[in-house]
Structures are given as C-alpha cells and as structure tokens.
Design a protein around this ligand. Structure first.
Ligand SMILES: *[C@@H]1O[C@H](CO)[C@@H](O)[C@H](O)[C@H]1NC(C)=O
Length: 113
C-alpha cells in the first residue's frame, strides 16, 4: 500500500524531512520515525512527503494555514481556500484523490497553552 507522509515525519531515505522549512532541507535524520519503521515492516511504500503548515504551526501566532516556504500555499481542493490545519497537505492530497492513505500529526502545541 502506498502512502504519503506529512513532511515532519522522519524518513531515513532520499526524501527530505523539512517541516516545510528551507532550514531543514538536506538535513539528515538519524533513523526512520517509529511509525515509519512499523509501516515499512508492514510492507507500506512511502510515496513522498506532503506539505504542511511550516514548522507544524509552531512558527508563530497567526501563521497562514497550509503555507510553508518550501511548498507555498496549500488549498482545500473543493473551495480553493483555507485547508484548516497543519496536516493540510496530507488532507488536500487525500481529498483530491492523489493518495489513498496519508499520515499526519497533531503538533499544534500553541492551542494547549
Ligand atoms: C533533498 O534536498 C536536497 C537539497 O539539500 C535536494 O538536492 C534533493 O533533491 C532533495 N530530495 C528530494 C527527494 O526532494
């Protein structure tokens, strides 16, 4: 089964893990994230990384939803508007039928302050 991962989930392969930031482009992660290791063991194929709100919404208050320096503005494919969330690329690619399965994370720690 092919899957797209939110770009804050580490993969120890040729895919970059950047959280949408140029600051992490080309960085080397020490290993696959635990969930990635388990997915690979189960035979899942990592197709690629989906865009996200840069730094998973932890960059600043009022950060535009779905925007990152690396990928630009992600949009809800049905209304071409706010994708509502940091896992926006995973949701957008699923909604647009670009992937059958995508994975995201809940990382908006600002909302629990
Ligand atoms: C990862 O980033 C490097 C730049 O450091 C780039 O050359 C390479 O093409 C990127 N890989 C992918 C799969 O985008």
């Amino acid at each position: 089964m092919p899957i797209l991962l939110k770009d804050n989930i580490a993969t120890k392969d040729k895919l970059n893990t950047t959280a949408g930031s140029f600051a992490l482009l080309g960085s080397i992660v020490p290993r696959d994230a635990g969930v990635v290791a388990r997915l690979r063991k189960a035979g899942v194929i990592i197709l690629g990384k989906a865009s996200l709100t840069e730094w998973s919404y932890s960059r600043m208050d009022g950060e535009p939803s779905g925007w990152s320096a690396r990928r630009g503005q992600g949009k809800n494919p049905y209304i071409l508007g706010n994708p509502c969330g940091s896992t926006s690329g995973s949701a957008v690619s699923l909604a647009a039928n670009m992937a059958t399965v995508t994975l995201g994370t809940e990382t908006d720690f600002m909302s629990i302050r």
